[in-house]
Write a protein that binds this ligand. Structure first.
Ligand code: KIV
Length: 319
């Protein structure tokens, strides 16, 4: 985790002008107090030095700003986007266009954090050239620094080799790989028996050999994740894989209380859904009682101007 002193940029406090708050420029001047950009080498050094890696998902500009201000090392623009933001019941319908748009929003917010973009379902599984084109879009149009893909099939490993060879860092993802939910038969812990655990050990080594810079282990028994972590030179980043991984990743909406269902591997650190409902209700009550808009939300023009405007409009003299 990046624990350096941090001076996050605040939005300008003067909202008295006519410029809508959302349109006020929010310049990103790198603070001299902040470290330079986290890179894949930074994460690998963290493994060597035994410093935990912190990665959280973000799908939009404000969430990415909050993650960066909190000093996380990496932000994952996960295809969990499909479930927690777009309302699908799996990650499968997420498209490359969705990922490019959301990666670009996140990248615009991140000065220091490493931005990893998920390659969505069927954007890399069938054809390595297609994988190259899609990863190129996530990096060049989306501004991501690295991509993540799931599994370790022959095609996936070849895609990892070719992408890394072309200069695009790749994070692997093993264990519960949500894009294969229909093959795996649900969102359950993987590698619970010796043959399946052996497959995970060997897949992790194959991803490292293919050039992956790190690997996510999702829903893997802690003892197995610990062994994989010890065997690899590259960092493991766990989600539901115990405390021995080199780092941890969580879905932001689970941490913030914005997803309806809280998986066992997550802990809620805030209840933003309830807070948003409370705020909307307070505002709706103020609209109904005519307490909103207040004088401070309102601009005025003198009555002579209004009278002149009515007279011009009445004569049809409208330009
Ligand atoms: O899409 C995602 O959010 C992920 C994490 C669960 C690792 O892949």
């Amino acid at each position: 985790m990046n624990t350096s002193p941090d001076t996050p940029q605040e939005a300008p406090s003067d909202t008295s002008s006519d410029t809508p708050a959302a349109a006020v420029a929010r310049p990103h001047t790198p603070s001299p107090a902040r470290p330079s950009r986290v890179t894949v080498s930074t994460l690998q050094a963290q493994k060597r030095e035994g410093r935990r890696i912190v990665m959280v998902t973000a799908y939009d500009y404000p969430m990415a700003r909050s993650a960066e201000a909190a000093g996380v090392d990496a932000v994952l623009v996960g295809d969990s986007l499909g479930m927690v933001v777009l309302g699908y019941d799996s990650t499968l319908p997420v498209t490359v266009d969705d990922m490019v748009r959301h990666t670009a929003a996140v990248s615009r917010a991140c000065e220091c954090v490493l931005v990893v973009a998920d390659m969505p379902f069927m954007s890399y599984q069938s054809d390595v050239s297609e994988a190259m084109r899609n990863a190129y879009r996530l990096v060049v149009e989306g501004g991501g620094h690295a991509v993540k893909l799931e599994g370790a099939t022959a095609t996936t490993l070849e895609a990892v080799r070719r992408l890394v060879g072309a200069g695009i860092p790749v994070m692997g993802h093993l264990g519960l790989t949500p894009q294969s939910v229909n093959v795996l038969g649900g969102y359950r812990t993987q590698g619970k028996d010796a043959p399946r655990a052996a497959r995970l050990i060997s897949d992790a080594a194959a991803l490292q050999d293919a050039g992956a810079f790190a690997v996510v282990l999702e829903l893997v028994p802690a003892e197995l994740a610990e062994r994989i972590t010890a065997r690899l030179d590259i960092p493991t980043i766990g989600i539901g894989a115990g405390g021995a991984c080199d780092g941890q990743v969580q879905v932001a909406h689970d941490l913030l209380g914005m997803s309806g269902f809280l998986p066992r591997h997550a802990t809620r650190y805030a209840d933003l859904s309830a807070e948003a409902t409370r705020a909307f209700k307070a505002w709706a009550d103020d609209v109904v009682s005519e307490a909103f808009p207040a004088e401070s939300n309102t601009t005025h023009v003198d009555s002579a101007t209004v009278a002149q405007a009515e007279s011009l409009a009445g004569r049809g003299e409208v330009r």
